[in-house]
Design a protein around this ligand. Structure first.
Ligand SMILES: Nc1ncnc2c1ncn2[C@@H]1O[C@H](COP(=O)(O)OP(=O)(O)O)[C@@H](O)[C@H]1O
Ligand SMILES: Nc1ccn([C@@H]2O[C@H](COP(=O)(O)O)[C@@H](O)[C@H]2O)c(=O)n1
Length: 211
């Protein structure tokens, strides 16, 4: 009999602290059996589109993601099959030519702004989290990160935020909070919430008797 892995979905707005929460959980289970799947890596491949056209894409709309491939990969991992995870390059707005081979694991974390938006993805999850951080903190964090790590200018971050990120957040991301089992305020520094999550994951692993 195949033992089912625990799938944890971590959603929340851009800059809310999803990656930080994910890293805390991931680090706790290092040495155990844990895999990380970033929804961002499943943005649709745009290598056939000129760079200037890629700048016009709405990266905060559900249709920007290749969720079919993402779902296929999660299902493969659940069946204990390996996958080749795509790699995304934010600086050129498309997938890199590289892939990351991922072996099946007991715990799978699926993290991204819209992982709770697609019912098919929600149905694959055992635990659903929403990282909830005020908009002013999210834009400040994003501004610093996008300039330092994603090759952006102040102007581009501000324009994208006002014209796309903010309205899409309100239309598509914020409403998915209602699907969450647990809402984590403020993200990565919320050690109490992270400890509770880790304990819950351990309990599920024991119930599945795969610890
Ligand atoms: N509690 C926090 N206080 C200050 N900065 C934070 C906090 N949590 C995350 N950050 C920083 O904010 C930026 C965005 O956080 P990140 O975890 O990448 O968010 P997300 O994955 O939701 O976009 C990162 O540079 C991160 O280091
Ligand atoms: N080419 C791209 C692709 C995505 N984005 C933005 O990334 C945000 C999601 O990533 P987080 O780590 O912040 O959750 C999303 O809001 C997109 O606007 C981008 O700017 N360029």
């Amino acid at each position: 009999m195949i033992k089912k892995p625990v799938v944890i979905g971590i959603a929340g707005g851009s800059g809310s602290g999803k990656t930080s929460v994910t890293k805390s959980i991931y680090d706790f289970f290092q040495g155990h059996s844990i895999a990380l799947i970033e929804q961002d890596y499943y943005y649709k491949d745009q290598s056939g589109i000129p760079y200037q056209e890629r700048l016009k894409t709405n990266y905060d709309h559900p249709l920007a993601f290749d969720n079919d491939l993402l779902i296929e990969h999660i299902q493969q991992l659940q069946q204990r099959l390996p996958i080749n995870k795509p790699v995304y390059d934010y600086t050129v707005h498309t997938r890199s030519v590289n892939i990351i081979p991922v072996e099946p694991k007991d715990v799978i974390i699926l993290e991204g702004i819209l992982v709770l938006e697609d019912q098919r993805l929600r149905n694959l999850m055992d635990i659903k989290l929403f990282v909830d951080t005020d908009a002013d903190l999210r834009i400040i964090r994003r501004l610093l990160r996008d300039i330092n790590e994603r090759g952006r200018t102040i102007d581009s971050v501000v324009n994208q935020y006002i014209n796309v990120v903010r309205p899409m957040h309100n239309q598509f991301i914020e409403p998915t909070k209602r699907y969450a089992d647990i809402i984590i305020p403020e993200g990565g520094q919320n050690h109490v919430a992270i400890d509770i999550m880790v304990t819950k994951i351990q309990t599920i692993l024991e119930q599945n008797s795969i610890v």
